[in-house]
Design a protein around this ligand. Structure first.
Ligand SMILES: [Mg+2]
Length: 314
């Protein structure tokens, strides 16, 4: 299978101008802008944990493998450059067909996204074994002259903002999300941002992480959280299915894989972003960084209470 797959790759994976040499060498040679700092991120997606090969379309799985990494590059407000894709294939046929058919389908999901974000597929490795499908993508990005956006630059009284809406991602968004590369680059260019990250494990948990890295606490205005339609759907559905009520808000606070941006910005810059609303996906004021450590919520009545940092723990 592997020789055949390599032939397929040579025919279908375009050579990007960033690739200074072709695929025949021992390592890739990638052109970077003069003096650019490079950010590197990697993600490991395993069958049964991040997707289910028995039920999920392998094209969506391939897309997600790259998209999750793009989201991490967006979190740093960097520009994606080159991806390295390593896959361990199950030796036995799966719901997606033979190992070769599975391999091709994964790439059919991944390649359009790489083209859309101008990412070179510059290398990788494949192997077959008696085990579940595992995909690992490593993605390089270039920091702009505004520097990287990190989690540690937040200050007490910064406003916390999120892009898009949150929760209920299991209904489809966890595969079909748009990595916020363009949004992050644009906001970082136009406004003063102190800190940022992407929301992969749930707003409450990720907020507590950003706050801790910035040596602050975080206060979330629970009535301001932009709750996704899917979170409402899921909340309604679960009442029927499990007789157990997780509210839509709880989904918005604790569901993982939103892949939206969480940003901390000084109040005047944050107010300008909210006024301008420069993003199609929207941007919402969900809280602020505070000097008291820990995670807090402010309810509609203005009371401050501790908030459990619910979310997805790996
Ligand atoms: Mg991340």
């Amino acid at each position: 299978m592997e020789a055949e797959f390599v032939r397929w790759l040579r025919d279908h994976v375009p050579r990007h101008p960033r690739q200074r040499i072709g695929l025949g060498d021992d390592a890739a040679l990638i052109g970077c802008s003069q003096n650019a700092n490079v950010v590197v991120t990697t993600d490991l997606l395993t069958d049964g944990v991040d997707y289910h090969i028995a039920t999920d379309d392998p094209r969506r799985i391939g897309r997600k493998a790259l998209a999750a990494n793009l989201s991490d590059i967006a979190a740093m407000a960097a520009r994606p450059v080159a991806a390295f894709v390593s896959i361990a294939f199950p030796r036995q046929p799966t719901a997606a067909g033979t190992p070769l058919e599975l391999a091709i389908a994964l790439y059919e999901g991944l390649l359009p996204l790489a083209a859309e974000y101008d990412v070179a597929i510059a290398g990788g490795d494949t192997n077959s074994y008696d085990g579940p499908l595992v995909i690992s993508v490593t993605l390089l990005g270039e920091v702009t002259d505004r520097g990287p956006l990190t989690r540690c630059g937040g200050k007490p009284s910064d406003w916390l903002l999120v892009t898009g809406s949150l929760g209920g991602t299991i209904l489809g968004h966890s595969f079909d999300f748009t990595p916020r590369i363009r949004e992050a680059l644009m906001l970082h260019e136009r406004y003063e941002l102190h800190a940022g990250m992407d929301l992969s494990d749930g707003l409450a948990l990720d907020c507590s992480r950003l706050a801790a890295e910035s040596s602050c606490g975080a206060l979330i205005f629970t009535d301001q959280v932009p709750v996704a339609k899917a979170a409402h759907e899921l909340a309604a559905r679960e009442v029927v299915l499990n007789n157990e009520h997780a509210t839509a808000l709880r989904h918005a606070l604790g569901d993982g894989e939103d892949f939206e941006l969480l940003l901390a910005a000084p109040p005047d810059a944050a107010a300008a972003m909210l006024r301008d609303q420069p993003l199609e996906c929207g941007i919402t004021h969900v809280g602020e960084l505070i000097s008291d450590s820990g995670l807090w919520q402010q309810t509609e009545t203005g009371q401050r209470q501790p908030l459990e940092p619910i979310g997805w723990l790996h």
